[in-house]
Ligand binder design. Structure first.
Ligand code: HEC
Length: 166
């Protein structure tokens, strides 16, 4: 700052112009940054259940488990498309029965039936002969979709995309 006062007037003017331009650039970059945010929000609400913003109280045990189930299905899909057999059955997915959801009323009476159906079809897939891999994999995704159509329609579109075209 001391330096600024010691400067000659023309130099001061130049410096002011530079400072002014820098603030304009800064302001502009902030504006475009703000514009991007709503898009991001829309993307995240798409995969969650409700229209509410995603996880105001942190991620529920069930939501975290679901994300693992989804990424596991994604890697299974790639494997099966290459006709490779899946490896070890993911025991941790059995927690679907007990994991606590975001809202206590999310798990309706029919939840247990859908959950059992999902686990059974996953077991069938992991014991599947090579020739029936695609069909058994798609049955798992149908089990995801069946529960979601009743309990949590938000991610349905993303779930249906997991299916392997036959
Ligand atoms: C038995 C019912 C049921 C089955 C089966 C099921 N889901 Fe879910 N899923 C739910 C419920 C309920 C939630 C909401 C969890 C919460 O908000 O706490 C959820 C949430 C999700 C979410 C959102 C997670 C987040 O970040 O908030 C995704 C993605 C998802 N499931 C994908 C899947 C996939 C993929 C499968 C099959 C591999 C599957 N689900 C099977 C009931 C099910």
């Amino acid at each position: 700052m001391v330096l600024f006062y010691k400067m000659k007037q023309p130099l001061k003017n130049k410096l002011s112009v530079v400072l002014f331009l820098m603030s304009v650039v800064l302001l502009l970059s902030q504006c475009t940054g703000n514009e991007k945010q709503p898009v991001k929000e829309a993307e995240t609400t798409k995969i969650s259940c409700s229209e509410k913003p995603l996880n105001p109280n942190g991620d529920s045990e069930l939501a975290l488990l679901m994300r693992e189930m989804k990424s596991s299905a994604e890697s299974l899909k790639e494997k099966i498309k290459k006709r490779e057999l899946p490896e070890k059955f993911p025991e941790e997915f059995l927690k679907i029965h007990t994991a606590t959801p975001t809202d206590s009323d999310t798990k309706k009476e029919s939840f247990e039936g859908f959950a059992t159906n999902y686990i059974n079809s996953l077991q069938t897939l992991y014991n599947s002969p090579k020739g029936e891999l695609t069909q058994n994999y798609n049955a798992v995704i149908t089990a995801c979709a069946n529960c979601h159509s009743q309990h949590c329609p938000g991610p349905l579109k993303a779930i249906n995309k997991l299916k392997i075209e036959q």
